[in-house]
Ligand binder design. Structure first.
Ligand SMILES: [Zn+2]
Length: 448
């Protein structure tokens, strides 16, 4: 299901299988003039958030008349159903309709009328599915960070669950040439798969699922997406499979075929949390083959939960030195109500995404899909040419700038200079053509 934009649109269209979204409550209070019933509404909301499937008047603060009015309104909005029940006055056993017609209790066999007659009660019921269990999680960092957030994330996973959820932190170190050169990428991918396969075997040996959830950032998302593509070519019984997947600062192509991955059972659900001011992601498309700016504009797919983080940069979602204060992100000081970005991302988006039953995922806020389909840059500019110009150029620069090396390599100095000149010109051509294409798209009003 798709979440409506504002709370008011939830009025009258409740569901017995879904927890009302956060913004339902103020709209509910206003619509039914419950402005003087703050304590009762607060208690109902709390019970609802704890996923109670049964509500009743005595569990809300007094006065009873008002509590009844609130629960009746909750039912009228469609979030619960009102139900009459009968119980034995002696053993409190709940009775079916036919049993309530009999004179004696089927459980304790007393005569109802000897104990003051049947007890009738009114309850308000619904049918929420159980919270999805999270067995273990894999965390993969980005390109040139040691991934300090992974430790913080692990701590959150371990401390807010009521039990410890193992987090396998996958580290591949600092890679620069690795993202540019295809043989290094192939090696990284193969190491990554070998490690995941080993983790899976260990998990199964410890009675955990063979299908972990996963969170990835930046180049980690590229590794993960390409790992999945590789799995499609393996026999079914060998394939690595994943549960729910969170992508941040994602550098996969926005037209990545998630439908295929889901149909093959390789992933259960995917959340793409994108920052609209991510400066790194657009560059990836130029420098890395088969990549694109999905971490800045979302995937062109209904198969993914695209969650928009307005004005966020490449790593803002994980920031532990920036705060969300009264709904305002990227604040430098926490003030009174400030929450660190990492905690904010975790509590508001990622934890619900990992735990909510599939039919309730629509409650996750700030979902926004791209307005236009993405267009890849022409072949030479989409990561195919860049590495072959940038890497030799870098090497040529080093050779040229280190004087001692310079002297030693005097005989080939001419060649180095030539390389520097043409490599530089080539790179300049790639960069300026890309600039012109974006400019052209922008002028034509079709770009994004
Ligand atoms: Zn009884």
């Amino acid at each position: 299901m798709t979440a409506p934009k504002s709370g008011s649109s939830w009025l009258g269209i409740g569901s017995l299988f879904v927890e009302p979204p956060e913004d339902f409550w103020p709209a509910f209070s206003t619509a039914h003039s419950f402005t003087d019933n703050a304590a009762q509404i607060e208690e109902l909301k709390l019970q609802s958030e704890h996923r109670a499937n049964e509500f009743s008047v005595p569990t809300l603060p007094p006065p009873e008349g008002e509590a009844t009015r609130i629960l009746d309104a909750f039912a009228a909005e469609g979030w619960v159903e009102k139900e009459e029940r009968w119980c034995c006055p002696q053993c409190q056993e709940q009775l079916g309709e036919a049993e309530a017609q009999e004179p004696t209790c089927p459980s304790c066999e007393v005569l109802f009328q000897d104990h003051g007659g049947l007890v009738q009660e009114t309850v308000y019921v619904r049918d929420l599915a159980a919270i999805r269990p999270v067995d273990w999680v894999v965390a993969i960092h980005g390109m040139n960070t040691a991934g300090a957030w992974q430790e913080e994330f692990s701590w959150l996973m371990g401390s807010t669950w009521g039990r410890s959820v193992p987090v396998a932190v996958y580290k591949y170190g600092i890679v620069i040439t690795g993202v540019l050169l295809f043989w290094r990428r192939r090696q990284l991918l193969s190491d990554f798969r070998a490690k995941l396969d080993k983790l899976r075997q260990q998990a199964v040996a410890q009675n955990l699922s063979d299908c972990p959830d996963l969170i990835a950032h930046s180049f980690g998302t590229w590794l993960f997406g390409h790992l999945l593509e590789g799995e499609l070519h393996r026999p079914k019984e060998e394939r690595l499979r994943f549960g729910r997947v969170i992508l941040t600062g994602c550098v996969l192509r926005p037209d990545f075929d998630w439908q295929k991955m889901r149909d093959a059972g390789l992933v259960e659900e995917v959340l793409n949390h994108y920052g609209t001011k991510d400066p790194v992601v657009p560059v990836a498309h130029l420098a890395i083959v088969r990549s694109g700016p999905s971490g800045r504009r979302g995937f062109d797919s209904e198969q993914v939960w695209n969650i928009r983080a307005a004005n966020y940069g490449h790593s803002s979602l994980f920031a532990i030195d920036r705060f969300v204060v009264d709904g305002k992100p990227l604040q430098k000081t926490p003030g009174e109500n400030g929450v660190r970005h990492l905690e904010h991302s975790y509590q508001r988006y990622w934890r619900p995404f990992l735990t909510l039953p599939a039919e309730e995922l629509g409650r996750i806020p700030d979902r926004a899909n791209p307005k236009h389909p993405w267009k890849a840059l022409p072949w030479p500019l989409s990561g195919n040419l860049f590495p072959y110009l940038a890497v030799p150029l870098l090497l040529a620069l080093i050779v040229f700038l280190v004087p001692c090396l310079h002297r030693l390599l005097d005989p080939i100095q001419g060649a180095t200079k030539t390389f520097l000149k043409y490599g530089g010109l080539g790179l300049l051509a790639v960069l300026s053509t890309t600039g012109l294409i974006f400019l052209g798209r922008w002028i034509l009003g079709r770009g994004h």
